[in-house]
Design a protein around this ligand. Structure first.
Ligand code: HEM
Length: 421
């Protein structure tokens, strides 16, 4: 592919990013999207530098003249007038969209929960139980559409229960979650942004109501932990802060894990030698999970804003420019990963990928996600014999979009076995 044919908003390129990444990595590692002030960064070392330097590369675009996530003033105003941010004049209190030192003070509250070994140890049996129940449901049938029957419900159930939302609210939570992510793709119409704002406000109010309930009747869940927590060890969190931490956690953990689960089954079964190797030696599953995250990173890229006039690899970057960091490309950077296109179960540095990013904003759910993925692959391989991609039913197309990558559907077949039906 040559530079002239690169249009990152072209659906054909989005379906298979990798030829475009190869060209960008080789010919234009700091690539300005024509007609914009956005620079796309693809080299591994450059992205590592950017995410490790929040003083130069901020997560608060508006402060430095960059483009806010919600662009249309009417949609912003609706969010402010009807949501929980009236007093602060903010739409969604941003965890992703915040810089140090305050960002770290919020992260401490999340990390204490999501990255705590004991919390994770306590969560493991619930993950195993949920996986067992999901497989029980379809084990006897001999075939499934994997996304709908496994990859969506698993992470949703885990994070819904951990946060403390009632499981019966999952259908509505799924709608809020999907709508929340839309602005990251950029270029929404006013009508679309108004819908994002309306759904966002409903979600905030729903979280506030549950927080009020937990103040009266505490439980062992994230919302209770947050209503009891102190920001900077000094004051309780406001409802707006709680709602924003919770929505970031809820959304962060859903589609990303769904997409990785699905890509993993696809990569495992399209090359039967990988499936056989994992069946023979389950200790390779952790490497497999890392290779899936590296090759099919569900978050292909995210944003930062240049705080000052700076440069990357000699290219001047004016203050206020949008920096688009492309994790999916960095994870195929030949300077870091040899034969980057190959899924290698013995790759020595397979955990160095940037699928979870690094630095201040590096994913706090990475240990939980890895646990879900490793246990899921292990149980699926153990319980479903003769797994294969169902012939003639799969077209292997991905959801269109600039940021997230995931298969729309994946039909799998296996030997039917009488399960708990
Ligand atoms: C395979 C699964 C996952 C992937 C690939 C993933 C990836 C990422 C990435 C790339 C970021 C952005 C970091 C940055 O801007 O530098 C992020 C942030 C975040 N993730 Fe995840 N994530 C996953 C699962 C989860 C789970 C399970 C949770 C929660 C239970 C979660 C919660 C979050 C939160 C709250 C943030 C914002 C952190 C901040 O800005 O400080 N993620 N994740």
């Amino acid at each position: 592919m040559n530079m002239d044919s690169i249009d990152l908003f072209d659906p054909d390129i989005q379906e298979n990013w990798f030829p475009a990444y190869k060209t960008l990595l080789e010919e234009a590692p700091v690539y300005r999207i024509p007609g914009s002030t956005t620079f796309v960064i693809t080299k591994y070392e450059d992205i590592l530098t950017i995410v490790s330097d929040p003083k130069t590369f901020s997560n608060e675009p508006e402060k430095y003249g960059g483009e806010p996530l919600i662009v249309h003033p009417e949609a912003r105003q609706y969010y402010i007038d009807h949501g929980l941010g009236k007093e602060t004049g903010r739409t969604r209190w941003p965890l992703l969209g915040m810089d140090p030192p305050d960002h770290g003070k919020y992260r401490k509250l999340i990390d204490r929960h999501l990255m705590d070994r004991q919390v994770l140890r306590r969560t493991q049996p619930f993950i195993e139980e949920t996986i067992t129940e999901l497989i029980d449901e379809f084990e006897a049938s001999g075939s499934i559409e994997f996304v709908k029957e496994f990859a969506i419900p698993l992470p949703v159930k885990i994070i819904t229960a951990m946060i403390g939302f009632p499981l019966e609210d999952i259908p509505q939570l799924k709608i809020w979650s999907t709508t929340w992510t839309l602005p990251f793709a950029r270029g929404l119409s006013l009508a679309q942004e108004m819908e994002v704002a309306r759904q966002g406000v409903d979600f905030q109010n729903y979280i506030r109501d549950i927080a009020n309930e937990r103040r009266k009747r505490p439980k062992d869940d994230v919302i209770t932990h947050l209503v009891q927590a102190k920001f900077d060890e000094k004051r309780p969190l406001t409802d707006h802060e709680i709602a924003s931490i919770v929505d970031n956690m809820y959304i962060g953990g859903n589609e990303t894990t769904t997409f990785t689960l699905t890509s993993g089954m696809w990569l495992m079964l399209k090359d039967p030698s990988i499936y056989q190797a994992l069946k023979k030696d389950k200790s390779k599953i952790q490497n497999f999970t890392n290779e899936v995250l590296r090759l099919e990173s569900p978050t292909q890229g995210l944003y930062r804003t240049a705080v000052i006039d700076t440069e990357i690899r000699g290219t001047p970057i004016p203050k206020g420019s949008t920096i688009h960091i492309r994790f999916g490309a960095a994870n195929r950077d030949e300077e870091v990963f040899s034969c980057p296109e190959k899924l290698d179960l013995n790759r020595a540095n397979c955990s160095r990928h940037l699928a979870f990013s690094r630095g201040e904003h590096g994913c706090p759910g990475s240990s939980l996600a890895r646990m879900e993925l490793n246990i899921a692959y292990e149980h699926l391989i153990k319980r479903l014999s003769g797994l294969q991609l169902t012939p003639k039913q799969n077209d292997f197309t991905h959801h269109p979009g600039f940021i997230l990558r995931g298969l729309k559907e994946l039909y799998l077949s296996f030997e039917p076995r009488s399960g708990k039906v």
